[in-house]
Design a protein around this ligand. Structure first.
Ligand SMILES: Cc1ncc(COP(=O)(O)O)c(C=O)c1O
Length: 465
């Protein structure tokens, strides 16, 4: 009788309580094996959603370049198209048409010459885009070199300021990596260094518009000039690939006169992350070629098992259509004026934050001027004995802010920095809230420097805020 009652109670529970009163919340969540029985959709949703509260807050994540907010209508479009595989072009031809429109728009944004046969494709992000572009340059070099039978290893020249994907490319695709080291006061690739590093087997020069480490810009037009001169003097026709992962959706809107794109004679391919300042959720990137002739036909595979014959130039096969459509949404919704307003706001907020940080008096800004909404700072020498950027990063994390600290690559590994990436949903008042916390760091440093006053737990960096 008693056990019957308990069973009844269990049965009724499903109807008399909310999802937290059900057994799924008092039993261990399956972690190692697929459970034999499933669970109600509401329980699965809640279990996962609640566990994710342990993640950082994406809106306070100033480490990431990736978009953390989109408009409701964009989210609706994304949700409605999640089931469409982009590669099924025959089944979803209109998505393919929209994709081509975006490629056209970006080629024009990057000033591809009107009479050129520009082309491009979407990718999962800038990493895939860079790999595809560099593969195209490797094939172009191979097909156009004088001695077609030689076994010479091709090489690629870039600065130590590049993202890790460039090194991956060299390793995965058997290309000699000629990486120009940084210096303690120069964190970009300069034209002089390029001149010393190239030869007839250089497949491309990698330059960055907004480096991952400091947000600076390589000497792109000066490097282009070196390559123009080299072509005249030595006959080597070396292309530039611009990694505009973060800068490609900013620079055209804040300084359209600055020449970094297809206006430069040797720039033959450009990548940009749609999911960074293209303002779309991850993962979407783009690679645009100045002319289709730079992509060997050997790299394009025609597959016929999707209905029609479909040419593909990609590293993976299936991918979602949603982010491509979300990119088109942003381009239509914002237009040049909308993107310009957002990027100008970002630059204003970044300058505001940088001024406030400078006023704190313990940090040096790594660049001469702010060129993109990316702020890299280091501690002034006189404060290095009382704290470190790593300690500050940890302390900020305690307050919810995610700001990474790291050392620069060789030969600037003695320089440790904090990097703040400003995104569209970081307002001026958010900047004030961040500075309010950072402003107390000097107090902590002074108390530590003052030998007469021993450091108590009360004065520790974490406690002081
Ligand atoms: C300059 C640069 N290039 C490439 C990448 C890789 O981009 P994605 O994450 O879109 O693959 C990044 C990422 O931060 C980057 O900053």
């Amino acid at each position: 009788m008693l056990s019957h009652n308990i069973n009844l109670k269990k049965e009724n529970k499903e109807y008399t309580t909310n999802i937290y009163g059900t057994r799924y919340f008092s039993q261990p969540t399956p972690k190692f094996e697929i459970p034999e029985d499933g669970m109600p959709s509401k329980a699965a949703y809640r279990l996962i959603r609640d566990e994710l509260n342990l993640d950082g807050n994406p809106n306070l994540n100033l480490a990431s370049f990736v978009t953390t907010w989109m408009e409701d209508e964009a989210e609706k479009l994304i949700a409605e198209n999640n089931g469409k595989n982009f590669v099924d072009n025959d089944e979803y031809p209109q998505t393919g048409v929209i994709h081509s429109r975006i490629v056209n728009m970006l080629a024009k944004l990057f000033n591809a010459p009107e009479d050129s046969n520009f082309t491009g494709t979407s990718t999962i992000g800038s990493s895939e885009a860079i790999m595809l572009a560099l593969l195209a340059h490797k094939w172009y070099w191979r097909e156009n070199r004088k001695d077609k039978n030689s076994n010479t290893l091709p090489n690629i020249v870039m600065g130590a300021d590049v993202h890790v994907v460039w090194k991956k490319f060299a390793k995965y695709f058997d290309v000699e990596l000629r990486m120009v080291p940084m210096e303690e006061d120069c964190y970009i690739l300069t034209a002089d260094k390029v001149k010393e590093s190239i030869d007839e087997n250089t497949i491309a020069i990698g330059v960055v518009l907004g480096t991952t480490f400091t947000g600076q810009i390589d000497e792109i037009s000066e490097i282009n000039k070196v390559l123009e001169d080299t072509k005249i003097v030595k006959g080597w026709d070396i292309p530039i690939h611009v990694d505009a992962a973060s800068g490609g959706f900013v620079m055209p809107f804040i300084n359209s006169d600055f020449e970094w794109d297809f206006r430069l004679s040797h720039v033959r391919s450009i990548n940009v992350s749609g999911h960074k300042y293209g303002l779309v959720y991850p993962g979407i990137g783009w690679v645009i070629f100045k002319d289709a002739k730079y992509i060997s036909e050997d790299l394009v595979f025609n597959v016929n098992y999707l209905g029609g014959v479909m040419p593909t130039f990609s590293l993976n096969f299936s991918k979602g259509s949603s982010m491509i459509l979300a990119q088109y949404y942003n381009l239509l919704r914002l237009g040049i004026k909308g993107y310009t307003s957002i990027m100008e706001n970002l630059m204003e907020t970044s300058q505001y934050l940088l001024d406030k940080i400078n006023n704190i008096g313990i940090f040096d800004f790594l660049s001469k001027e702010l060129v993109l909404p990316i702020i890299a700072i280091k501690l002034k020498d006189e404060f290095l004995d009382c704290t470190s950027v790593f300690e500050i990063s940890k302390m900020l994390r305690e307050h919810g802010w995610i700001i990474p600290a790291y050392t620069l690559p060789s030969n600037a590994e003695n320089v440790a920095v904090l990097r703040i990436v400003i995104k569209e949903n970081f307002s001026r008042s958010m900047a004030d809230l961040l500075v309010k916390i950072m402003k107390d760091i000097p107090k902590y440093c002074l108390s530590k420097k003052d030998n007469s006053k021993p450091i108590s737990t009360k004065d520790s960096l974490i406690n002081i805020y």
